[in-house]
Design a protein around this ligand. Structure first.
Ligand SMILES: O=C(O)CNC(=O)[C@H](CS)NC(=O)CCC(=O)C(=O)O
Length: 286
């Protein structure tokens, strides 16, 4: 068994403030003996508008937030999984007008215990919604969608398959990563409150049950600015679908940490006990 730590923060437009929240969580995770720290989507910042978000966006090599986390991970020999914004390589059409800003990527970094960025996933499904009495958000206005899933890779907490937030609503990528050998799936998130109330927990449990894998979802929580609040409820679900750890949805003014056992043998025993043998002869292959 190995301990995984899951951090819950409330990112604002201040990268220095957000880094200081993460620093507290790194220290707590190390003190608890955790072997990996999972941080939410957009941990580097959550801005009040797409234009502010674009203006804060910089490459990891020039981001005080990412550099700060890399040095913390190196110092403590702690792998860190963290969601950030990065500039896209090209604009959406390939030739925008000079006055038009480039788009961003919504990415998830795996920083190893040497402080190196060794894996990078770019969010594939973007959150464009207009829900009555609910959120109106158009992520694709400012963000470029990724075009591939990353093959699962070995870590101290298992073979990790990376996904982000809204990707949670699509079973296909999780099943695909499962087929490629993942034993732990991540969904770092900044869920809205109404959609979180309606769907967060059943979706996370469904993804864990369907793939017989651990699901780790570090979440943004509370008010980021006057316009935006996140649902919180960071969660760890076992391959049997049990919620083995959960944080609250109320922002208490400081970051919170959840520490859970990740048991490789549990993945094996759940899969051995209930083999989910596909019938590709009956329905389409995922
Ligand atoms: O905006 C940023 O800076 C970071 N990105 C996000 O917070 C994204 C896009 S707005 N949020 C979600 O995908 C929430 C999904 C959700 O709430 C649901 O699926 O119900």
């Amino acid at each position: 068994m190995v301990l995984a730590a899951v951090g819950q923060i409330c990112s604002t437009a201040s990268m220095a403030h957000n880094l200081s929240q993460c620093r507290i969580l790194v220290q707590k995770a190390v003190a608890a003996g955790a072997k990996t720290l999972f941080l939410p989507e957009a941990s580097d910042y959550i801005a009040s508008s797409p234009s502010e978000s674009l203006s804060l966006c910089r490459p990891a090599s020039q981001s005080e937030f990412v550099q700060g986390l890399q040095s913390l991970s190196r110092q403590h020999k702690l792998p860190i999984n963290v969601g950030v914004h990065e500039p896209s390589d090209s604009d959406a059409q390939g030739n925008v007008a000079a006055d038009q800003k480039k788009k961003m990527k919504n990415t998830l970094l795996w920083i190893d215990e040497m402080g190196e960025i060794v894996q990078r996933y770019q969010k594939v499904h973007l959150f464009d919604v207009e829900i009555e009495n609910g959120p109106i958000l158009r992520e694709s206005d400012s963000t470029e969608a990724g075009n591939k899933l990353l093959p699962p890779f070995s870590t101290p907490v298992g073979k990790v398959g990376l996904m982000i937030c809204f990707d949670l609503r699509f079973p296909e990528p999780s099943l695909h990563l499962h087929r490629l050998g993942a034993t732990l799936l991540t969904y770092p998130s900044a869920f809205t409150v109404p959609t979180g109330l309606a769907h967060w927990s059943p979706l996370l449990r469904a993804r864990a049950i369907e793939t017989q894998s651990y699901v780790i979802a570090a979440a943004q929580c509370g008010p980021h600015n006057e316009k935006r609040v996140s649902y919180g409820h960071s969660m760890v679900v076992s391959p049997w679908g049990e919620v083995v750890g959960e944080l609250g949805g109320e922002w208490k003014g400081e970051p919170e940490l959840l520490v859970c056992d990740v048991d490789a043998e549990k993945v094996e025993s759940v899969r051995r006990g209930m083999p989910l043998k596909r019938r590709w002869d009956v329905y389409a292959e995922v």
